[in-house]
Design a protein around this ligand. Structure first.
Ligand SMILES: Nc1ncnc2c1ncn2[C@@H]1O[C@H](COP(=O)(O)OP(=O)(O)OP(=O)(O)O)[C@@H](O)[C@H]1O
Ligand SMILES: [Mg+2]
Length: 250
């Protein structure tokens, strides 16, 4: 396996019309490393994540994920874009499951439709992934018959079914009642322990603390501070980060 970083971002910039959101983001991330992005609402965390799998195109800066280089200002051509989306799987706050399909069918969809996996193999893979996220007994339930925490675990299994090299998670626990957050945190922490590479945008400091090897604090369109969870949560150096952490804990 390659020892070069899985993700290399240098000087990523993004604006919407006159609004400059990201002024030059740098991130070098190794395989197996988990990074948490924290920071005030509207500071561009989701935008950054979305640039990494081209739900948005960045305006300037160098971005490489695995073997794919993302051009500034343009979307990759179809086949390569599909490869990027497969390499960098996305998990959203609102789950985005297919409502009329069962948990099993949601997980099988990508392998069947995109990867051309034979039905028997896709079924076996999906059962295995549902077991991994603790939902073997819910395989034939539709999203409306599942709790938020269960739906999010199906969404994680669905992302894993594409065998991504990295998972990008945008506030995976934010839509959940507090008592359902822990089951999603547990699944993500276990994936991290197994070596999955992840970038998680979160306001859930318990998740950041448990999952991340490194925490990046975004403010004013830059990475204003970064460090281990221990450093960030007990000894943040900048006033900005200290103030933010004080408020989110209050
Ligand atoms: N498609 C878009 N068009 C115009 N402006 C946008 C668009 N997407 C995001 N923005 C703006 O970019 C800024 C950053 O938004 P973003 O969603 O990345 O913030 P965030 O850090 O994820 O915030 P939150 O913590 O509330 O989710 C905001 O000012 C937002 O209004
Ligand atoms: Mg956001």
């Amino acid at each position: 396996m390659s020892t070069s970083p899985l993700v290399e971002v240098h000087g990523l910039k993004k604006q919407f019309g006159p609004t400059i959101v990201l002024r030059g983001i740098d991130l070098v991330q190794g395989r197996g490393e988990c990074v948490a992005l924290i920071g005030p609402s509207g500071c561009g965390k989701s935008t950054f994540l979305r640039c990494l799998n081209q739900l948005e195109t960045h305006d300037a800066g160098r971005v490489r994920i695995s073997s794919l280089t993302l051009p500034a200002g343009e979307t990759l051509p179809g086949g390569t874009l599909q490869q990027l989306r497969q390499t960098a799987g996305m998990v959203f706050q609102q789950f985005h499951l297919f409502p009329h399909r069962t948990a099993l069918e949601n997980v099988m969809e990508g392998p069947l439709q995109v990867l051309g996996t034979p039905l028997a193999d896709a079924t076996a893979l999906a059962h295995g992934l549902l077991a991994k996220v603790g939902l073997s007994d819910r395989a034939h339930f539709r999203p409306s018959q599942l709790s938020g925490g269960q739906q999010q675990r199906v969404a994680i299994a669905r992302a894993l079914a594409m065998q991504p090299e990295i998972l990008l998670l945008d506030e995976p626990t934010s839509a959940l009642d507090p008592e359902l957050r822990e089951e999603v945190r547990d699944v993500l922490v276990r994936l991290g322990d197994e070596g999955m590479t992840m970038i998680v945008v979160t306001h859930d400091m318990d998740l950041a603390r448990r999952l991340a090897d490194r925490v990046l604090f975004f403010a004013d369109g830059v990475v204003a501070e970064s460090g281990s969870p221990e450093e960030m949560f007990t000894a943040a150096k900048t006033d900005r980060a200290r103030e933010f952490l004080r408020r989110v804990r209050a």
